[in-house]
Unconditional design. Structure first.
Length: 118
């Protein structure tokens, strides 16, 4: 099944060492993140060193997307991939934090900071 990337941009840097998954819309729905789960499961087969989720200042996420996003983080954690959440609004950050422990994740506010080495 082909992956629908209309609401998601995928960027590979350093020959796949870093992957950026950027949401294109101001509202992240459960459908967007279900697509993301498929992408992440594919990526985890040949895992990058780091994956950056660029929320692109999306204004809101729905509860279904947060639970699906938790599944993505679990898959990446099991594959040993460093995760960075980038450009989240405060509302999105609070919503994610209520469902997912974010203390193990790098959280930055601009893409340049996300690309810096740990």
């Amino acid at each position: 099944m082909p992956i629908d990337t209309r609401t998601l941009e995928i960027v590979n840097l350093n020959e796949g060492e870093i992957v950026i998954l950027a949401f294109k819309d101001c509202y992240v729905s459960g459908g967007d993140v279900m697509v993301l789960v498929d992408i992440v499961q594919t990526i985890a087969q040949k895992p990058p060193r780091k994956i950056i989720f660029d929320f692109n200042r999306a204004a809101q996420v729905d509860y279904g997307s947060v639970t699906a996003f938790a599944k993505c983080l679990q898959v990446l954690s099991e594959a040993g991939v460093a995760v960075c959440l980038c450009r989240m609004t405060e509302a999105v950050h609070m919503c994610i934090e209520m469902c997912i422990p974010t203390h193990t994740l790098q959280i930055v506010y601009d893409l340049e900071a996300a690309l810096l080495p740990e």
